[in-house]
Ligand binder design. Structure first.
Ligand SMILES: Nc1ncnc2c1ncn2[C@@H]1O[C@H](COP(=O)(O)OP(=O)(O)O)[C@@H](O)[C@H]1O
Ligand SMILES: [Mg+2]
Length: 221
């Protein structure tokens, strides 16, 4: 379960992105996160990924109150979260393979598992032939596919995806949604920021709309 109680959020001396917001998402929920550009969607995802602290209010992630949690608790929680950044944030000096394998290695998975799961997902994103290359040699769409693979390889309990379809073609978007639905069926909570209204119509789910510091919740019918 994800819960915000009275959460306010802003960058120093800047506009308020969240103004006393309450939110409850049950485990296994699927939510679209929408709202105009610059409204704070990416910042909210960073808050849920425990990279950014709220100014006020309580943040509960995967049933764990985080405000006064120990660093070790936060580290363990973050290992249960997958994130696709809007700007990918692949690690430039790691190969494609090592970028994707990173969450498993952070969990100290044994090397056989690392090799097997990484090979499987490389096949799924169609980039086995690029596994020994570095991110800067990839196209935007290829980097996005690597970022998606890295976010899901460790079968997270919470997946945060920041406009993950921007650089994908229609066929790849369909496969991505199939993958996200499969993960969701396995109990993974998914929050996906998007500007793509057609996608939202095609895959009805709870819609969180961020505007003027408020988060409006619309449940799909
Ligand atoms: N690291 C930062 N420091 C200061 N301001 C930031 C930072 N990141 C984003 N902002 C500002 O916060 C606002 C929300 O940004 P963002 O969360 O990226 O919005 P969205 O994802 O909805 O487009 C914008 O005005 C942006 O300029
Ligand atoms: Mg954004």
């Amino acid at each position: 379960m994800i819960q915000l109680d009275g959460v306010s959020l802003n960058y120093k001396n800047d506009v308020t992105l969240l103004d006393n917001v309450d939110l409850h998402i049950p485990q296994g929920g699927f939510c679209w996160l929408t709202g105009p550009s610059g409204v704070g969607k990416s910042t909210l995802l960073r808050l849920l990924h425990l990279e950014k602290k709220s100014n006020t209010g309580l943040v509960t992630i995967l049933d764990t109150p985080t405000n006064h949690a120990r660093r070790s608790t936060i580290c363990r929680l973050k290992q249960r979260i997958g994130i696709v950044y809007q700007d990918f944030r692949l690690i430039p000096n790691l190969t494609v393979f090592d970028n994707i394998a990173l969450p498993l290695r952070l969990q100290n998975a044994d090397e056989t598992t690392v090799q097997r799961w990484t090979a499987r997902i490389l096949d799924w994103i169609g980039l086995e032939h690029k596994q020994y290359t570095y991110p800067k040699t990839l196209s935007g769409g290829e980097q996005q596919r690597v970022a998606i693979a890295r976010a899901v390889i460790h079968r997270p309990d919470l997946l945060l995806a920041d406009e993950p379809t921007n650089a994908l073609d229609d066929y790849q978007v369909k496969r991505l949604m199939d993958l996200f639905y499969d993960l969701n069926d396995l109990g993974c909570t998914i929050i996906m920021a998007t500007h793509n209204d057609a996608l939202i119509r095609q895959f009805p789910a709870t819609r969180l709309k961020l505007e003027n510091g408020q988060l409006w919740v619309n449940n799909a019918v």
